[in-house]
Ligand binder design. Structure first.
Ligand SMILES: C[S@@+](CC[C@H](N)C(=O)[O-])C[C@H]1O[C@@H](n2cnc3c(N)ncnc32)[C@H](O)[C@@H]1O
Length: 413
């Protein structure tokens, strides 16, 4: 009978020389029954069909053992299951599985809402221009325009998509109140915690004198038209809806076009959509939308919350911030230092997600568009630009859009 050299076995099966020697040793001790051949006093593994089958099994067993040792099996915390509903848990699991990404709106739940509220207060008070102060300033510059469109309507609703803590909309709300035409402030957000904070703030700022309504919706794809419908107690066309989409929220979505189409379908013919965003520029790239008011460590801390809830401790990954040229986006991601198996269970749903060492989990993205790219994005999704206002530094922009009602508008497919 022929034999197979140890070196040949290591090459064929990707095992170490020591593993082959262990197999021979185990066969000699009767622990496994590989057929051996002795040549000049040395034992070798025989080249037989019996051995082929056995070696294959030993290799597979060794692999499983190696994986188990290197791999960390984790489960999400109780807080994770308390914070997210059954369907949200499934959405997070699916997104992790398919895209290695946690959808960005889940960062604003629970403690995340408290962090975000504190962050917005800090930005509001900062002397350096940032996304929030720029938004407030740009809305102020539009006052003449608001006067003009309101003169054609008896009533107005302010609909706020992605409320934050209400600070961005505060001055505009105060102005609309003075017109005597304001029906409701309608807050729409994925985070019920931020909706609560905003509702409390508005009540405090205006002594409970503004009618507010809060709705939980995922504006990355859900429509919201029906949330406005019960405000039409008179002829609907006498009410103008001003819909705010402020603070660069559109840039956080994986597929911004899906969101814009849902918004377009939710708007009435005369309604206006007001977006504020930060353009792609050297500062934005360098300071990552934080206007240099925050260190990357701070930004990371806010974004690490979800990883913690999923059961990942910070020894398992390294946070990194990159600018991905191909998709012109800032990405904050956790690069895994070890193999991880995440076990997610909710009611009858179970999913095991295996992530290799070196893979990344994306926790935050921010698209950076130039002037033309932003307009093109809106236009191709059936939203025409009525106005575009910028601050002198050309970094921050306010877009006023309306549904393109032309019958042959070529909506992107
Ligand atoms: C960047 S902040 C902007 C807050 C505020 N508009 C401002 O300008 O200060 C994003 C806000 O949008 C909400 N948000 C993010 N993604 C969302 C989604 N997919 N659906 C609904 N709300 C979302 C967050 O909860 C948060 O309130």
């Amino acid at each position: 009978m022929q034999y197979i050299k140890n070196a040949e076995l290591t090459r064929l099966h990707g095992v170490s020389d020591k593993a082959v020697r262990n197999w021979i040793e185990a066969s000699l001790n009767g622990k496994i029954d590989l057929e051996l051949i002795e040549i000049e006093g040395k034992k070798y593994i025989a080249d037989s069909l019996h051995n082929d089958v056995l070696i294959e099994r030993l290799v597979q067993k060794g692999k499983k053992y190696r994986n188990k040792r290197a791999q960390k099996t984790i489960t999400p915390t109780q807080e994770f299951y308390d914070l997210y509903s059954h369907s949200q848990v499934i959405e997070i699991a699916n997104s992790l599985d398919k895209h290695r990404e946690v959808p960005s709106h889940y960062r604003y739940f629970g403690k995340g809402a408290i962090y975000w509220n504190a962050h917005l207060h800090k930005f509001y008070q900062a002397s350096k221009t940032n996304m929030l102060t720029a938004t407030v300033e740009l809305l102020k510059l539009e006052k003449g325009y608001f006067d003009s469109i309101l003169s054609n309507h008896e009533f107005v609703n302010l609909v706020d998509l992605g409320v934050g803590n209400g600070l961005a909309a505060r001055d505009l709300l105060a102005y609309l109140k003075t017109t005597g035409k304001l029906k409701k402030y309608i807050g729409i957000d994925a985070s019920k915690d931020l909706l609560k904070i905003t509702e409390r703030n508005i009540s405090e700022w205006f002594d409970g004198d503004i009618v507010t309504e809060m709705h939980v919706r995922d504006v990355s794809h859900e429509q919201f038209g029906e949330t406005i419908s019960d405000t039409y107690d008179t002829d609907a066309s006498s009410t103008l809806n001003i819909v705010l989409f402020l603070g660069g929220t559109i840039g956080n979505f994986r597929e911004p076009s899906i969101s814009l189409r849902a918004i377009r379908e939710s708007l009435g013919k005369d309604d206006i959509l007001i977006t504020s965003d930060e353009f792609d520029n050297e500062n934005a790239r360098k300071f990552f939308g934080s206007a240099n008011l925050e260190t990357f460590t701070n930004v990371s801390l806010r974004n690490q919350l979800l990883l913690e809830l999923l059961g990942l401790d910070d020894s398992m990954y390294e946070m990194e911030h990159i600018f991905e040229e191909k998709i012109k986006s800032h990405l904050v991601q956790a690069r895994l230092k070890t193999e991880v198996l995440i076990n997610i269970r909710s009611l009858n749903y179970q999913k095991q997600i295996f992530l290799r060492k070196g893979e990344r989990i994306l926790v935050f993205r921010m698209w950076e568009w130039t002037n033309n790219e932003l307009i093109e994005l809106y236009e191709k999704n059936g939203l025409s630009q009525l106005r575009m206002t910028k601050l002198p530094n050309n970094e921050y922009v306010l877009l006023v859009s309306q549904v393109n009602t032309s019958l042959n508008h070529p909506i992107a497919r």
